[in-house]
Design a protein around this ligand. Structure first.
Ligand SMILES: [Zn+2]
Length: 297
């Protein structure tokens, strides 16, 4: 489905069969065109989900006609390829499902190892990791809020501003010394050599201070571009706090990808990773502010 300037064009291509994923072009006269209506018929969130779904390599089981919770999410942490579902029976006779690396499965077992993981263990681990991640996000959000509330009083840019003022004062002081130096030489209080030597030293000092000011100004700019005022994306996670079961919807909303390691460990790439990193950087950069404030209280 493609949306172009408010027009929804459906049926440009059709899939011949779910199994082979063959797509054929549909003749133009068979296209379904709906002018300026997509806002009414496609909710933005659903549209994004649909986009997301179409990107994933998913195969619908012909038996159940239902998309697995895991379809399209699991990757081998070594070869980065998809994992394939298999089932087996344990000694007591009960059936269980597990995933293995698709590279290994396609008989190219010299190219990768099994990376086997039972669905039951996978589910437990992911539920635990999601809840842990949500707690972490709640804490992060709280700290960002605290920074924002005290940040107005003493912000990092303000500290930098004060440092810049200090350096500027130093420059004017040295400039004054430089001026009196010339008088000293004229009054023969110092020799010509001494005059030249000091003059050079003062000039070097001023240059150095000017370079420092430039650096501080750049740093200040960096902080100013970095302020975080809202974290609406965290709400999506908070809604799922305390989950005990997984659904495809939860997976779609919270997780980008899950890497399975050879030893059965998993590494989850959560959604909004960049936003989260930005928050952590923000906290790191404003640590001084927060610590100062705590001492002041
Ligand atoms: Zn692999």
């Amino acid at each position: 489905m493609k949306c172009i300037a408010g027009t929804t064009v459906q049926g440009k291509r059709r899939t011949k069969s779910y199994k082979v994923h063959k797509v054929e072009q549909v003749p133009k006269e068979e296209w379904v065109r709906v002018e300026n209506t997509h806002e009414a018929i496609i909710d933005k969130e659903i549209f994004e989900k649909a986009q997301e779904l179409s990107k994933r390599d998913t195969k619908v089981s012909q038996k159940t006609k239902e998309l697995s919770v895991w379809a399209g999410f699991l990757r081998c942490s070594d070869c980065k390829r998809a994992m394939n579902k298999k089932s087996s029976t344990n000694k007591s006779g009960s059936k269980y499902e597990y995933y293995i690396c698709s590279t290994y499965r396609k008989k190219s077992n010299n190219l990768c190892t099994k990376h086997s993981i039972k669905v039951e263990n996978l589910e437990k681990a992911v539920i635990k990791a999601i809840n842990f991640h949500i707690d972490l996000l709640i804490d992060t959000e709280e700290i960002v809020k605290q920074i924002n509330s005290v940040g107005v009083a003493i912000s990092r840019p303000q500290i930098i501003d004060n440092m810049i003022i200090e350096k500027q004062n130093e420059i004017s002081q040295i400039s004054n010394f430089k001026r009196t130096l010339y008088e000293d030489w004229k009054n023969e209080d110092i020799t010509r050599e001494e005059y030249l030597e000091y003059k050079q030293k003062y000039e070097n000092d001023i240059e150095k201070l000017k370079r420092n000011i430039e650096k501080l100004e750049n740093e200040k700019q960096k902080y100013e571009n970095q302020s975080i005022s809202s974290n609406e994306w965290i709400e999506k996670f908070k809604e799922k706090k305390g989950i005990t079961e997984l659904s495809r919807d939860i997976m779609m909303e919270l997780i980008d990808c899950i890497y399975v390691k050879e030893n059965g460990d998993i590494k989850i790439k959560f959604k909004f990773e960049d936003e989260f990193k930005r928050c952590l950087e923000y906290i790191q950069n404003n640590k001084i502010t927060l610590e100062k404030q705590v001492v002041n209280l």
